[in-house]
Design a binder for this molecule. Sequence first.
Ligand SMILES: [Zn+2]
Length: 160
Amino acid sequence: MISFDLICTSGHHRFEGWFGSSTDYDQQLAEGLLACPVCGDTGVRKAVMAPNVARKGNQAPSVQRDNNSDEAVAVANMPEMPAEMVEMIGKVAQMQAKMLEQSDWVGDRFADEARAIHYGDAPERTIHGSTTVDDARELHEEGIAVAPLPLPFLPPEAKN
Ligand SMILES: [Zn+2]
């Protein structure tokens, strides 16, 4: 296995992709199978080459979170993933990004902020953040709308 640090056209989304070989990478790229997990962009290129790391041969390629990296996780580069699915995920990613443009990121203060807005203690607006399942359930019981985001969201403070 070989891993590459990849980056999309925006230049802001770095992620790691695992491939059987360098040729696999070239092939998947040529076929448009590589999509940015944050914005769905398929204009992916190599950022900085990571050292080759051996993995067990039976492990499927995946995009992995690297705690030292400033960027995201999830999706994309499995050769057997149908192109339609990649395209769909890309569309969802783009729609989510668009939707969140109008929304304030509140991080783990989501439950507090959502309550404040609901009870008129904070200005009416759309927010997104993280919360626990229990908190989400309580909010729901109080009649406060909470919808899970379809794709993982990368906190703005984690971006450069
Ligand atoms: Zn991107």
